[in-house]
Design a protein around this ligand. Sequence first.
Ligand code: SF4
Length: 338
Amino acid sequence: MRPFIIDDDIAAIVEEALLGKGLTDDKIIKLYSLDPNSHEAALVRQVGRDLSIQSADGKAEIHAQIGLNATPCGKNCQFCSFAACNSVRKEKIEIPKADVVEYAKIYEDQGANLILLLCTASYSFETLLEMGSAVREVISKDMPLLANTGDMTLEQAKQLKAAGFNGCYHAVRMGEGVVTTIPAETRLATLANIREAGLSLSTCVEPVGPEHTPQELAEKTRICIDSGAQSAGVGRRIGVPGTKLHDLGMITSWHCSLYVAIYRLASGLYPRLNCAGGNQLPSAYGANLAWAEVGTNPRDTVARTEKGGQGWDIGGCKERFRDSGWDILEGPSPGWIF
Ligand code: SF4
């Protein structure tokens, strides 16, 4: 049995993180450099959990995504099943408006705390506005409605708000501009437009693979913290067979649980919601937000992710959190509607 010894430097970083005010980049890099099986990693996981419980008063949330389409996207992000360059999807799919509205109603009835419409950057922006307006009509006025779409001008961000959206998911992804054709500056400009339009923001350090360095993880963590998002966290890349990044492999859920805990220590007690995407283990180690998914999904290749794909349902997400010692927030997620 190895002796239980905690490195003094890491112990001091964790002590500082317990204050809930976040960490500087050099300290975040040291945490991202930890062996996921070390005693230091065990300490970070537990403190991530403690801080997340404190931040959210012990209540986890389930946010619900409706994927609108699976038409080929010329932005060619090499991890995405929608990317034209990957040629992994056989069908071109647009989910009919009636189905989108029905999904939203069912999600609210099942206890989703927030609803998000996801589409490719190739999807018609006007159709996205139509879908948002239609969903807005059937969900409660205090249910946050977000969009996850391509980069946008300030005018487009304002149009989203006028159509009934309250916020957006947007991120500067890992390897942005290298494994995608979108310059990081374009993503940052969109983040600024989202804020300027008065929309709230959900973001994440994603999609993380085994090739990513502590330095890049820390750099993307800082971008997320500085964005002022209402939710953030770390999501691992799901290797979709046939995509250009598939053969680089995936990090384990165990390793990702450490990254999610590190994000909490890095950001402090804000934001309330610390996310791990569709990943099981992190709910025990600092994640307090999970996503249910229906419709199309960039992390699989089926027509509807709830039928044999990667998508979790609301019940499965709730069960995962309850099994990890969390309560579940009832009703709409607060803090997204300005
Ligand atoms: S991640 Fe988004 S922008 Fe990139 S290829 Fe997929 S749909 Fe297009």
